[in-house]
Design a protein around this ligand. Sequence first.
Ligand code: SF4
Length: 895
Amino acid sequence: MSTISLIIDSVKVEATEGTTVLEAAQGAGIHIPTLCTGLGLEPYGGCRLCLVEIEGVEGLPSSCTMPVTEGMVVHTISNRISEVRRRTVELLLSDHPDNCLLCPMNQHCELQKVAAYVGVNQQRFKRLERPNIVDSSNPFFVFDSNRCILCGKCVRICEEIQGVGALEVFYEGVSSKIVAADGAKSLLESTCESCGQCVANCPTGALAAKDFQWTPKEVKTMCPYCGTGCGMHLAVSQNKVVRVRGDVENPVNKGKLCVKGQFGLEFINHPDRLVAPLIKQNGALSESTWDEALELVANKLSKYRGDEIAVISSAKCTNEENYLIQKFTRAVLNTNNIDHCARLCHMPTANALTIAFGNGAMTNSIKEISSASCILAIGTNTTATHPVIGIEIKKAVRDGAKLIVVNPREVDLCRIGQLWIRNRPGSDVALLMGMMRVIVDEGLADTFFIEERCENFEVFKKSLESFDLGFVERITGVPGEEVAKAARLYATSKPATILYNMGITQHTHGVDNVLALTNLAMLTGNVGKPSTGVNPLRGQNNVQGACDMGALPPVYTGYQRVEDPAIRGKFMADWECSLPSEPGLTLTEIFQAAYDGKIKAIYLIGENPVLSEPDAKHAEEALKRLDLFVVQDLFLSETAKLAHVVLPATSFAEKDGTFTNTERRIQRVHKALEPIGNSKPDWLITCQIAQKMGAKGFAFSDPSEIIEEIARLTPSYGGVTYDRLEDGGLQWPCPTEAHPGTQILHEDTFSRGRGKFMPLEYKPPAELPDDKYPLILTTERNLYHFHTGTLSRKVKGLNVLKNEELVEMNPMDAEALEINDGDKVKVLSRRGELVTKVRITAASPPGVVCMSFHFAECPTNRLTNPAVDPIAKTPELKVCAVRVEKELARVGGNQ
Ligand code: SF4
């Protein structure tokens, strides 16, 4: 794109070809009033306020629709322009209530600001009276038609940006109005996902948050939910978060948020927050002082050998906190038994990407998705789990990208996909190898890339021989021609990117699944270039950071191996201690060792394994057998209730630090509130326990001192300083303070040198249906809740939008079992049973039922299979065999 020079109000302005006059003016700091633009919406020209004079052009064109041209001369202010703008505002005001003092947006209303700017201070035209419609059905916001100026911004944001289309303009002359789309009776009954983007961008108070409070204090920080890593501003009053605003400067979300980020932070100031330490005495937890609790924990932890203790860290904590807890585990407790929830989700990613590419992280960046020609979205329900990334996918499809969705379930993306491959759960290796066989047989492979950049191709190619399309069809249930179509589409539409999630990793062959994806990307040369790559979407806000910081059994920070004497020597010298040389136990092994009495003490931070571990009853029993169980959390979770000592921690809003998102972007978390009650940030609690145990190297007074130590010891974080993170963060590797960070991995060479093709064979899931358990249970996440619900279930509005667990079942299965929609059923597996209600839906294929794991009342993971991938030790949460029985009048608890 070339640069265009033009003159705006006598100022020489440079703009990129294709930008509009409005954008060029805004870029040069020249104000033009507008009510219907923003957020990257397509040019619309609806409000007629941004009109300008252009020399040589007739009339007054809208600057938001007029592209810049070389030598253009623009005037944004003149008598003629002012007159038309004034009349436009007067007409808008004639159709708008004049009771501003009663409007929640008073003084923050864009219409008020524009009226003041153009000098309208009285009403010349007679007010129109229209029937007023107030829709307050949504738990978070209200629509008041009286205040609406029909600029259509909400409709366009919902359609163009969010790709949801829950609103439309109902044209009826002067009675035209904004309504819920497709005949829905209310916003609650519409397809609205409550993301709040319409509310955040409504120029008047027509769409307004129900509990809107204005306060001048805003603090820039990060969303605490998923791994997308959206930036946000928290508005704070009297030590409470009263409002949230997406950060338009943030390179990841550019102002957008999903429902959880926008409205899901009520948990911060929830009355159930733990405000003092608790110690169990005579079977009951009661409040204690910090001194008592810390003394007790320090004394008791000192009594165990390293191999009798394990620490479970948290993907919700900051990098600084994860760094400190792994340092404490290794340097003070003298064990490498430290792990966290990444073991349950993306550890196969870390293992497989390291084997094939030499680096276990997402290869490319979120912003590149929208420029891909082809997106293979496999094993991911992105619009529910990573909604803001889902928006990027929808944008790419609108711009012409081909979307291939591979999922046994009919997820939202299937609506817009060019191709939906509905394979059987657990058959991904067969499907992907079948696709690669077609690519090789039809000469669609990128032979230049393979020869120049990769190794082991011939061995891999031989392993394709058994994957003829007949075999692939038998294993996957997908017609061979569909497999071939997907292969051709992916191989010929470049650049092609792969996005995937736990549908790929939570299998006993999760590492093989990811290796199949690395093979596919290398085979077609789709690595190391913009909008390509193999891109895992990490689950929790800082699960990437917790891995980077070494909250894993075999590695220190930056994946530096504990067995390597030189590396271990470096950490021993810096930490001034001796360190164990053998990798520790993984999360799944820790629970088995606790069950077997080998692990006697666990220190757990911010996790809820009683609901999240597979075969959760077994995990609960393991925790009950411990001599010492210390839990550090915001709430008395189902897991914390089992603890001997509970330490109250602060939320993300009450501390400083950094989170690293799924695309390796390290971003700043800024403290907005003072700690609630007597809670303390996790980093401080760790320091105080370590100091009570007599350890050196924990005298930190601020997280900024911890990041300096991380940078000193971690090559990939070597150039990270808080100052450098303020404007959108840095993507690692960032080895020096002069390094700009790395948007795309493996550009010139793979991290391991050559990319390694890996031969693969098909392996079935560990537990398949049989006569006794004839259905497959798969698990999925829901847009309105997160993980085990510890945070999202504290938000009243989210509970309105999704208030109970349901088992989703195909109509054919329901008919065979004589089950009706809404019936109570018992779901049984070899490990447990529970009672829930049925939702009958074709979203689940025949033979497959689906549940989430967000509801403590219905602990789904009591059913799931603890069998693990042999390399990653990640359990097969996506496939287990179950039976569903209609629950007659019996009332049964969940066991
Ligand atoms: Fe938060 Fe993820 Fe939603 Fe962004 S997409 S607002 S990070 S939950």
